[in-house]
Design a protein around this ligand. Sequence first.
Ligand SMILES: [Zn+2]
Length: 298
Amino acid sequence: MLEADRTRARRTAARRAAIRRRRVGSALVAVSAVLVTGVALAAHRSAVPAAARHAKATAATDGATRVPPATAPDATTRPRSPRVSRPGTARVVGSAPTSVKGVALTFDDGYCVRCVGALVTAVESTGAHVTFCPNGAYDRAWRPYAARIRTLVAGGQVELCNHTFTHAYLPALTATAVRRELERNDAWILRTFGVSAKPLFRPPYGAYNATTLAVAGSLGYTRVLMWSGTLADSSQRTHAYLLRAIRYWGKPGAIILGHGNYPGTGAVLPQIVAILKGRGLQTMTVSELLAGQRAARA
Ligand SMILES: [Zn+2]
């Protein structure tokens, strides 16, 4: 809890500093940071109808950042291609085309040991393809499952995504600090799970600005992950609530936001997978979803 308090205090101080900077800084950056902050707050309050508003707000925010589209489909989105970490334009992605018969389930943070364990066990038992966006600050919750996750990564079932080391509110940070957050977390992911998270990056709270995108792109994070639907499991939810959420949001091409923070999410994962299967939708890692299909296994 002390760590959480310190993080909260740092974030508050950083936000105040950001507000001061915004007064004298670029109007465009200020506007998008404010929009994004609103989106993040909405996400944390959301029930399903609120989540619907949130998804619309996310789309609007993506537009406001004027992120240019990728120049061309590149090797990073092709099945089983080697991870490419070349610097490039950081492209914000919130979903895949509805022609894709799959859904990318993504699970962030993971500050609860048994919650991460429940997710890993469910991924193993269902054969689901998912994406984990862990923070190195929660190493104690992830480390016990590192070997099993390595196996899932090697089997193509799990993909990793950088969510920063301390779960930082990035619009309040300098470019140097953003870089440090991303590099520190990637070093931890590489050490723990044996792969780099590049090119996938999800900013905490879905909050980013022009500086965030520039730094991410320069490091090779060319896919900035948002979402089109959410389990809204940043707080404790009933199983029924989580299943209602996936029935609402589980559509072709969707990227679903979930967390490894409460035990319910892992507990209902088998039912989530079954609901999607009933709709003719496969679970896919984010890279598979963006490629339009599951990777062919050798
Ligand atoms: Zn998070």
